[in-house]
Design a protein around this ligand. Structure first.
Ligand SMILES: Nc1ncnc2c1ncn2[C@@H]1O[C@H](COP(=O)(O)OP(=O)(O)OP(=O)(O)O)[C@@H](O)[C@H]1O
Ligand SMILES: [Mg+2]
Length: 276
């Protein structure tokens, strides 16, 4: 049976400031979704709130996986429930190699009742799996011996992320691709990687400004966030449209959301290039 991740009327504030004002999104396993929206519209806020980041306060609304209340779970329990957030471990962890980290993560996700200190999956079996995954993704196995995220380039971080997804096989993956510094090779690695991984058993939400990131993995649904709400949902053509025309058309079409946006950050529009 395919699982469903449901976000209903989600209101989130950061440091007392309301950012999300009633977000509704439904993602089923096997579906590819893209979330777009102007800078500051709250895309990352949504991702952080789903992860359970302590700075993001849920004021109202529900997030469920097949009825299970995700918001009540600790971040590690969210992972065990099948939710994966790409930036779950954004900071470098010196002394812990990517392989070591993955061995723990894979063990925990496969064996949700495991207590800290109990057996990890056997080294030989893990190595074999790790190498198979890296090979099929075309990654250099040396990356797995590096300390997690320490000195990783943008492209290497993305590879590590895709490798985690490939080995952990979450039911739902939320990928916040804010890094506009990716070169075109890295963009290709990420989008091809995602395209390979989205399958009947994985639902993916990619947060991105880059239409190119969607080139290799055409999303089934594209959503636009404005003024704290998802104002428009469409197919791949919506991403194309936003890319070609910017958000001006969307703002015209949804004046109330545009007014909310203006209220949230009055200086923002002055800073935006006129062409957008
Ligand atoms: N920790 C924080 N402290 C204060 N304000 C914050 C914090 N996190 C987010 N915000 C504010 O919340 C709003 C939404 O930010 P968010 O990062 O979610 O936007 P975004 O849609 O991801 O933008 P971008 O496209 O630039 O990545 C912004 O006005 C931002 O300044
Ligand atoms: Mg962001």
């Amino acid at each position: 049976m395919s699982k469903t991740l449901k976000i209903e009327d989600l209101h989130v504030s950061v440091e007392g400031k309301p950012i999300l004002k009633g977000v509704n999104l439904t993602i089923r396993q096997g579906e590819g979704h893209a979330l777009m929206g102007p800078n500051g519209s709250g895309k990352s806020t949504l991702a952080y709130a789903l992860m359970g980041h302590p700075n993001y306060t849920i004021d109202r609304g529900a997030v469920t996986i097949d009825g299970l209340n995700v918001l009540e779970l600790e971040p590690d329990q969210r992972a065990k429930a099948g939710l994966f957030l790409a930036f779950q471990y954004p900071t470098a962890i010196p002394g812990v190699t990517l392989a070591n980290f993955l061995r723990h993560a894979v063990t925990n996700v496969r064996n949700p009742t495991r207590k800290e200190g109990e057996e990890l999956i056997p080294m030989r079996q893990f190595r074999k799996e790790l190498n198979e995954h890296m090979e099929s993704l075309g990654f250099d196995t040396a990356l797995a011996r590096r300390y997690l995220n320490e000195g990783f380039s943008g492209g290497e971080k993305k590879r590590a992320e895709i490798l985690q997804l490939s080995m952990l096989r979450p039911s739902f993956a939320i990928l916040d691709e804010t890094d506009s510094g990716l070169d075109s090779d890295a963009v290709r690695v990420v989008s091809e990687g995602i395209a390979r991984l989205v399958g009947p058993d994985m639902g993916v939400l990619v947060i991105t400004h880059h239409e190119r990131l969607l080139e290799y993995n055409k999303p089934h649904f594209v959503h636009v966030l404005l003024g704290g709400r998802v104002v428009e949902t469409g197919g791949g053509e919506l991403a194309h449209d936003v890319h070609a025309h910017g958000y001006a058309k969307i703002r015209e079409k949804y004046p109330e959301a545009a007014a909310e946006e203006e209220e949230m950050d009055p200086k923002r529009r002055e800073l935006e290039p006129a062409a957008r």
